[in-house]
Design a protein around this ligand. Sequence first.
Ligand code: ADP
Ligand code: C5P
Ligand code: MG
Length: 219
Amino acid sequence: MIGRLSGIVSQKAPSLRYRLSLMMKPQVVFVLGGPGAGKGTQCSRIVEHYDYTHLSAGDLLREEQAREGSEYGKLIAGCIKEGSIVPVHITIKLLWKAMEETMKKDERKFHFLIDGFPRNEDNLQGWNSTMDEKALVKFVLFFDCNREVCIERCLERGKSSGRTDDNRDSLEKRIKTYLKSTRPIIELYEKLGKVHSVDASLGVEEVFTKVKAIFDKEG
Ligand code: ADP
Ligand code: C5P
Ligand code: MG
């Protein structure tokens, strides 16, 4: 009798532990799209409706750049202005720190929208080598938006954003980086069947209706 019971317990215990470990493991949605596609805007909406924390790689890099005494300040500022991609060890450190801080404050907050990452092969390799074990990538949310709309939105945003890269010169470079380095990453995830695409040229509400349909289904 005891033998039979202990059999049941030993079978159940790992499964419970396994389920718990899955629950605790940070779950991530990568949010990608061209500059001005509306990643940040839609992430804010998602956070209002679903239990996700929004982490924008660009925002974290801008914060680090502005931090007094940062050893990476100049490097980040140069990359942002030139529309090039900061080495992944810097970005991953910032992302992981933000994830850890969020989960430490509230262990139930383990769902993350990682906006603007992975943006190139270096980003992806860095993620795979340091984060693959630690976090689960659920899917990629891709905001598909044409170049003209992207540029127009960023120029409009530039009137008040104070960003050093919301100008025509930087935008040309950012779009080039997006087409050359980020699109191949999205295509790679597409081959794995992990991409949910949304037509991001529509209005904010219309885009969000489509986003909601994805999150209602995928969680
Ligand atoms: P990203 O984070 O992809 O660079 P943002 O969310 O910051 O883009 O949006 C860029 C600019 O475009 C912002 O000024 C924002 O208010 C505006 N915007 C975002 N989504 C839309 C949309 N669907 N239609 C029109 N303007 C938008
Ligand atoms: O996503 P966002 O438009 O805020 O990014 C602004 C800039 O931050 C990018 O053009 C790039 O220079 C830098 N960045 C980066 N690596 C990322 C995300 C952003 O180097 N993964
Ligand atoms: Mg943004």
